[in-house]
Design a protein around this ligand. Structure first.
Ligand SMILES: Nc1ncnc2c1ncn2[C@@H]1O[C@H](COP(=O)(O)OP(=O)(O)O)[C@@H](O)[C@H]1O
Ligand SMILES: [Mg+2]
Length: 308
């Protein structure tokens, strides 16, 4: 005996099987990451991204969302476990390079912007991908236009507002033509107009470009409006996964993960309680709640005057 204490090996639950009806792009396969100071960032993390979906990672502060996101583009490597892309190992220098496939929009846009002008900044990615300066500028201008920030191309990134910085950071990612875009708390520090703009961009990525989106957030209202699939993150792993209606109407599950239901879920559940009816249809947005309450007309009534 060498006198050291040996902890019993931990048996991690196996990764849940993939959804057969969807095409898997990326798989974080039982990955753990321990930071240099010994803090576990993620632990036995199993997470998949499928084609054309918005998947939300919901968890409180410190749950491991950002650590997971940094594994998606190879910024961090797992201490154990692995990340695969289209079934192939995504180790640095391997066949599949994560940074080409996955773009990450970080929580602090300042971390991402560094060039003298917005155009230079957004061109940086395409130039790194090997495009010549003219092609890179065209890709950058197209990406800036896609996020409604074409007017900012000559500005210095340092002088942009927080909302403008976020849009430019998103353009910088889109200019690289990724298949997956991961957003880390994309609207947490934005005003309502920029929040709505970012929300619409996320929707458009899926609906118009077929890009898969990973959305890390503790704002469950945002996740309820956007997500096709929800993963609850707690203590560095995913504790539950499912359709938004199933997850967001399960109050004990959310409370266990350190979260509370989205505001419209609370409102609708309380309303149904007061009316003595079953909230079985599980609306998740203001419009859906209104429809469920039969407050919203299904169609525009005839003869209603349209305001210009
Ligand atoms: N660079 C770091 N060094 C040490 N510990 C870190 C570092 N970054 C994050 N952590 C720790 O890893 C855990 C998960 O953090 P994080 O991934 O940032 O969670 P979330 O994004 O869900 O708030 C936390 O305990 C946090 O303190
Ligand atoms: Mg975070």
């Amino acid at each position: 005996m060498n006198g050291r204490e040996h902890a019993a090996p931990e048996i991690l639950p196996p990764c849940p099987p993939p959804r057969p009806e969807q095409r898997e792009l990326l798989h974080v396969d039982c990955a753990s990451h321990v930071y240099p100071d010994g803090t576990p960032g993620i632990h036995g993390m199993c997470f998949r991204v499928y084609e054309g979906e918005i998947v939300a990672l919901c968890g409180p502060n410190g749950a491991g969302k950002s650590t997971l996101i940094e594994h998606l583009n190879g910024l961090l490597q797992p201490s154990s476990g692995r990340v695969t892309v289209l079934g192939k190992d995504a180790r640095p220098g391997g066949e599949q390079e994560l940074w080409r496939l996955v773009g990450v929009v970080f929580q602090r846009a300042d971390d991402q912007l560094f060039a003298p002008t917005v155009l230079d900044d957004v061109m940086f990615g395409p130039v790194n991908l090997g495009l010549d300066p003219e092609q890179a500028a065209a890709a950058a201008r197209e990406a800036l236009a896609a996020v409604g920030a074409g007017n900012l191309e000559g500005k210095m990134p340092a002088y942009l507002s927080g909302g403008e910085k976020r849009l430019v950071a998103i353009a910088g990612i889109l200019a690289m033509n990724p298949q997956i875009v991961a957003f880390d708390e994309p609207t947490s520090d934005l005003d309502p107009v920029h929040s709505a703009a970012v929300e619409q961009i996320i929707r458009d990525l899926r609906d118009r470009r077929g890009i898969s989106v990973v959305l890390a957030t503790h704002d469950l209202d945002l996740a309820a409006r956007l997500a096709d699939r929800v993963c609850l993150v707690k203590n560095g792993s995913i504790t539950a996964e499912g359709d938004p209606g199933a997850i967001f109407y399960d109050a004990p599950l959310l409370h266990d993960a350190g979260l509370r239901e989205p505001s419209f879920v609370r409102f609708y559940r309380d309303l149904c309680g007061a009316w003595g009816i079953d909230p079985g249809d599980r609306p998740l947005t203001l419009e859906e709640v209104a429809r469920s309450c039969r407050c919203a007309p299904a169609e525009e009534p005839e003869g209603r005057k349209k305001l210009e």
